[in-house]
Each structure stands twice: as C-alpha cells, then as structure tokens.
Design a protein around this ligand. Structure first.
Ligand code: BES
Ligand code: MN
Ligand code: ZN
Length: 495
C-alpha cells in the first residue's frame, strides 16, 4: 500500500474516489464545500434529499458525477458541526474505508483531516487515517488458496494545506511506521502454532534486525537459560518438543548513558494448559498467547523505523505449554532465577513463570522503566471485557504516562489496584509463593506474583488477554497494544 500527502487543490486531484466529511443539518466541511462548488451543488443537493443526515460514520457513495474530473465522492458523516472527539473522528475514518472495501476503487484521496478534533493537530489526524486504513485493509490470506483481498485499493492520498505540510508529513511517517508494526504483530498472532513456534519468533527477530541494523538481536537457548538459573521459565518448556527461546532486541537510539525502556512480551506460541489441560472449546485461540511478544517486535519495528532518540530493550520469553511426561505437575516446586521458590498449583498459570525469570533478567539492563505485556489471565476478560487492557504497576508515574498515551492512541487501558492485601492469596505451604492466587481477583493476583520479581525498578504490567485478538466470526489479531506503546515512546522521545 502506498500512502502519500496531497497538497494540490481538491477539485484538481485525479482519483477514483474523493472522501469528504459532512456535518449534521446539511453543513459542509471546507473540503466538501469546495467539491460542492466545483460540481454545481451536487453535495448540497444530496444532503437536501436526505440520503445522508450527517451522523458520525454514516456514508453515501456518489459514483457518477456529471461533467467533472472527479470519478466518485464518498460523503462521510462527522456529526455536529463542532470540534470532534478523537473517538468520533476515528469512527468516521473507519466507516469511510469499510465502505470502499468491495468496490473496484484503486486510489483514494482522503480529505477528512480538515475536520477539527479536540486536542489534536494535523499530525495526529493524518497518522490516524494511515493507522485506521491499514488496520481495516489487513487480511490474513497466507493459507487461503485464493489470496484475493476484499479491497483493490493501492494508493491512499491524504490532503493537507501547504501551510501544514510539516505536520501532515510527520503524521504520515509515524502512521506508516506504527501501522507496519501493528501489521507484523497481527500477522504473527494469526499464524498458527505449528508455524509460529518459539524458533520461528526468534527467526522473525533476527530478520527484523537485518532489515533494521539499529536493532541488535541475541537469542538465549535453553542451555544459556539453565546457566542463568531460569528454573521457572524452563519448567514450562520442558513439557514441549519445541525448545524455548529468550529473545533480546536492543535498540540504542538515545544517549549512550540513558537508561533503557525495557519492554517484555509473553511469547507462548501455544498454551494447551499443560497437565492442567484446558477444555477443548476455543483452545485454538491459545495460538494468540504470544501476542505480547509479537507486540514487542511490532513496537521495536516502529521505533527503529522512526529512529526514535531513545534506548529500548525488547525481551521475549517464548515457549509452548503442553501436557507431556516431562511437563510441570501440580505440586511441583521450582527455583526461579531470583532464588525465590514457586509451588506450581496450576500448570496453566505458565505465563507468570516465563515472565518472572525475564523480569529478573531485565535487572541487568539497568532499566529506567519496565513494561510487560501478556495475555495473562482469563479473569481479565471477566473483569474488563474486550475493551481496555488491564494495567497494574508499582509506579504511579509510569501508570499515568501509559494512561495518557492510551488516551491519545485510542488503545484503552484501565488500572486495577495492586494492594499488598492481595499478596496474601499467593502464600504457599511449601514454597516462597504459589503460582496461583485462588478464584478471586485473578488478574490482580497474577500481577502480584509478577510484582515480587519487579521490586528493583519502575514497572507496569499490561494484561492484554481481552484485547490482543477478537473472537467469534471476526476472529483475528488486533495488534494491540502496539498503538499505545508507540504513543508512549513518542511521548517519551518528544513529549
Ligand atoms: N493464556 C492464558 C490466559 C488466557 C485465557 C488469555 C483465556 C485469554 C483467554 C493463561 O496462561 C492462563 O491459562 N491463565 C489461567 C490462570 C489460572 C490458572 C490462574 C486462566 O486465566 O485461566
Ligand atoms: Mn495458561
Ligand atoms: Zn498462557
């Protein structure tokens, strides 16, 4: 897909389709007004007829325009003629692209960024068009015999006045980089577990470091991890024929002495539950249990492409969780890299076993902050559904930075408490702590477990069990939380 900025006057631009916004009560945006004038009042006429009222996301495709160089016009409702909320802007942009999918249109000109949006400039508005269009046009056809996609669109031009070209151009660059990161994350998520193994993820990290030489990759093998004493992580992969990998991507775009931002992503390429086997219904979706790891890859791709002036370390512990004669058993006691012993009361609570050793490993990078993301608990879906990711952490400053970024990126978060009282639930009769905290507050007790390995740095945990993929007819990876993390990094770099 080609994305570009277009500064020539709207009515002179050649395209298969021009997308302009209209408001309620027959009011036109500046671009709609221009087009209206160059088409003898065509848009006004259609509004008067009542074919579109102007509600947010409503659309009408005008596909024959007499005596005009414009082939088609897509009118998109933007709601009341006042400053839009970011959410409504995104809703309108999404509706626009969804309405062009099953048409023969190959190139479009989008004039929606001239609508005013609360607290956002043209950079953000341009970037959102790229991100939303790219997201909507993604289709996973790798294993379909017929690889034809719904959309024929090849080129998307986003209009900008000459005076705001700088904002538009930087929004375009950011949008393209973030969209590419999201695409990689979605692709890896949608790949099945028999293809996307820990070794495959490691290979993807190596490929990424070849494409972006600013990303230095290193892979720890099981023998390396054994030497480090990663008894918790290795106990999970013991039950699998696929060897575990601990992937490190090191990006040094900042000052040599600046402490890095460490991103950790759970990379469970298939979670059968182990001996505490999961029920069969919906188990296929446990191929998505590596989406945290894929988000780390996607975010580092965006950071490298944007050459952000930051130091960032990505860590991806990757394994399968399978039932096997050598698998973890309930009651087993492990010694983690930190020295803390863990009683495995449920082998399906494996994510925290990978993450705890990776958190300990993160200490050696002398992190400024550590952010982990994991499809960690089904309880997160019970608590929050599929709208926000869960946020927990030991640093209010970091949590607030993430909440602010999530707002801008339209990639929502909801913070849950990490009060000390909950730690009680992790007590074990036989080891330093148990790997589960009983049926109450499962998302919080999982984070409590992790917090015991994150005491020496500022740390936040994102539970993305409800947000990393969609279930049902529309099953597929979402690429979240790449938008949020990219925004956090942009804020850290330039905010
Ligand atoms: N990967 C799962 C969490 C999960 C389940 C994410 C369903 C999305 C949808 C995780 O490894 C897991 O199995 N967690 C257990 C923890 C429990 C045993 C304390 C869970 O949520 O059931
Ligand atoms: Mn599990
Ligand atoms: Zn899991």
């Amino acid at each position: 897909m080609e994305y570009a900025i277009e500064t020539s006057p709207l009515e002179t631009v050649q395209s298969d389709c021009l997308i302009v916004g209209v408001y309620l009560d027959h009011q036109l945006t500046a671009s709609a007004n221009l087009v209206d004038q160059s088409t003898q009042g065509l848009i006004s006429k259609i509004l008067k007829r009542g074919d579109i009222s102007g509600k947010v996301g409503e659309t009408v495709l005008i596909n024959a325009i007499p005596e005009s160089a414009i082939e088609r016009i897509l009118l998109v409702g933007l709601g009341e003629n006042k400053v839009l909320t970011g959410k409504n802007y995104i809703k309108a942009v999404l509706s626009a692209i969804n309405n062009l999918k099953k048409t023969p249109i190959t190139n479009v000109v989008v004039a929606l960024a001239d609508a005013d949006v609360i607290a956002q400039n043209r950079q953000w508005k341009t970037r959102q068009i790229v991100e939303v269009f790219s997201d909507a046009l993604y289709q996973f056809t790798a294993f379909k015999s017929n690889k034809e996609t719904d959309s024929k669109i090849e080129k998307i031009s986003i209009t900008s006045p000459e005076a705001e070209l700088g904002f538009a151009e930087s929004g375009l660059l950011q949008g393209k980089a973030i969209a590419e990161g999201i695409n990689l994350t979605k692709l890896l998520g949608d790949l099945p577990g028999n293809i996307c193994t820990p070794s495959y993820l490691a290979e993807q990290a190596i490929q990424l470091s070849i494409t972006y030489p600013s990303l230095k990759v290193s892979i720890l093998e099981e023998a390396d991890m054994a030497e480090l004493g990663m008894g918790a992580l290795l106990s999970v992969s013991r039950g699998s024929r696929q060897p575990a990998k601990l992937i490190t991507l090191d990006y040094r775009g900042g000052e040599a002495n600046a402490k890095p931002i460490v991103l950790i992503g759970k990379g469970l390429t298939f979670d059968a539950g182990g001996i505490s086997l999961k029920p069969g219904l919906g188990m296929d979706e446990m191929k998505y249990d590596m989406c945290g790891g894929a988000s780390v890859l996607g975010t580092l791709l965006a950071a490298a492409q944007l050459q952000l002036p930051l130091n960032i370390v990505g860590l991806i512990p990757s394994s399968e969780n399978m039932p096997d004669g050598d698998a973890n058993k309930p009651g087993d006691i492990l010694t983690s890299m930190s020295g803390k012993t863990i009683e495995v009361l449920n082998t399906d609570a494996e994510g925290r076993l990978l993450l705890c050793d990776t958190l300990t490993y993160a200490e050696r990078f002398n992190p400024d902050v550590v952010i982990d993301m994991a499809t960690l608990t089904g309880a997160c879906l019970v608590a929050l559904g599929r709208i926000p990711s869960g946020l927990l952490g030991n640093s209010d400053a970091l949590c607030n930075d993430l909440l602010a970024a999530s707002e801008t990126a339209n990639d929502s978060l909801w913070r849950l408490p990490l009060w000390e009282e909950y730690q009680e639930q992790l007590k074990s009769n036989f080891a330093d702590l148990a790997n589960i905290g009983g049926k109450d507050a499962g998302t919080i007790t999982a984070a409590c477990f992790l917090s015991q390995f994150a005491e020496s740095f500022n740390w936040a945990h994102l539970d993305i069990a409800g947000t990393a993929w969609r279930t049902g007819n529309n099953k597929g990876a979402t690429g979240r939380p790449v938008p949020l993390l990219s925004q956090y990094l942009l804020n850290r770099a330039y905010g």
